[in-house]
Design a protein around this ligand. Sequence first.
Ligand code: NAD
Ligand code: DAU
Length: 335
Amino acid sequence: MKILITGGAGFIGSNFVLYMIKNYPSYEIINVDALTYAGNLENLRTIEHHSNHKFVKADIANRSELEPLFEQGFDAVINFAAESHVDRSILHPEIFVQTNILGTQTLLDLSKQYHVLKFVQVSTDEVYGTLGETGLFTEDTPIAPNSPYSASKAGADLLVRAYHETFGLNVNITRCSNNYGPYQFPEKLIPLMIQNALQDKPLPVYGDGLNVRDWLYVEDHCSAIDLVLHKGSAGEVYNVGGRNERNNLQVVRTILEELGKPESLISYVKDRLGHDRRYAIDADKIRHELGWQPKFNYEDGIKETIRWYLGNTEWMAQVASGTYQQYYETQYKDR
Ligand code: NAD
Ligand code: DAU
């Protein structure tokens, strides 16, 4: 197979590229990434010289940069590229529309024109909005996004659906819950809290800290996308999640405990605007129809993740320098 992977220098994309090179060494992978603040070629250092991995710096919303690549012909396109952080979408929604909606539409159009056999859109459970105390998101839950980020991802999902219905493009959409693991940028809850705890800095918990997320180790997300790529039925949506619901305070306390740091580092700060209260995924469809099984339980996964950050302090120092510091100061200054 010859596959175009977009966003393959980001957190999940780079984990997926490494997973594919390990599990399908004969596949040819073209990895397109614009290398925004979130993209980092260090994540791909171990496969730098691999003959079946080729990195191309390009913007998914720029048709003229992408067209020469599509002219080579791809069996599949897997779209991870996105602006992915909710807080940033509250500060600057326009780039989310540009990349997440226009970028996806550009990829869909080129996939149609160059007869790509399968298009996989990596979406998110956030398109369903928020849950109350009980219940789970299924694939039939109505789309009801609450942040500019999730609205832009929902817009992309609808375009993917439309390219299937109108043009017969063979598409799948995956909607996964919160991922954690190696190479996650420290603007996200888990790496941010690990980084701050290691430096004895306050851990900024939004609101009452009782918002719930359904955590999945990134490698389990990769194995789900692998199954969807190879076995997904045309036009279908698949939810992905491991039934590991934790509120934010529970997550933060586990990190403090593992690192031997005091709870006094927890600092309650102003809540995120439009903060979704609870996400939880019903993944029965992908389990039963495609045979997906997550391998990692949350307790082991979080320990493994903390160990990874402890062993990769240089990586952390490198990504947390420069523009990250500016973002951090703006984001947490008035909270
Ligand atoms: P990330 O922010 O770590 O990585 C995004 C990557 O996309 C970066 O490498 C960035 O350089 C690249 N990119 C951004 N704009 C681009 C553009 N215009 N053209 C080309 N490349 C561009 O994000 P992530 O957490 O790895 O998420 C990857 C995908 O998975 C996203 O589509 C996100 O919506 C989805 N998702 C994430 C999670 C999660 O918990 N992180 C859960 C479910 C779904
Ligand atoms: O559910 C999937 C989504 O998960 C993905 O689509 C997004 O790309 C990804 O960023 C993630 O979104 P969240 O908003 O859930 O993740 P984040 O790590 O930003 O926040 C997790 C929870 O922690 C959320 O309730 C907000 C809270 N939080 C976050 C930060 C950064 C804090 O309390 N303090 C913080 O400093």
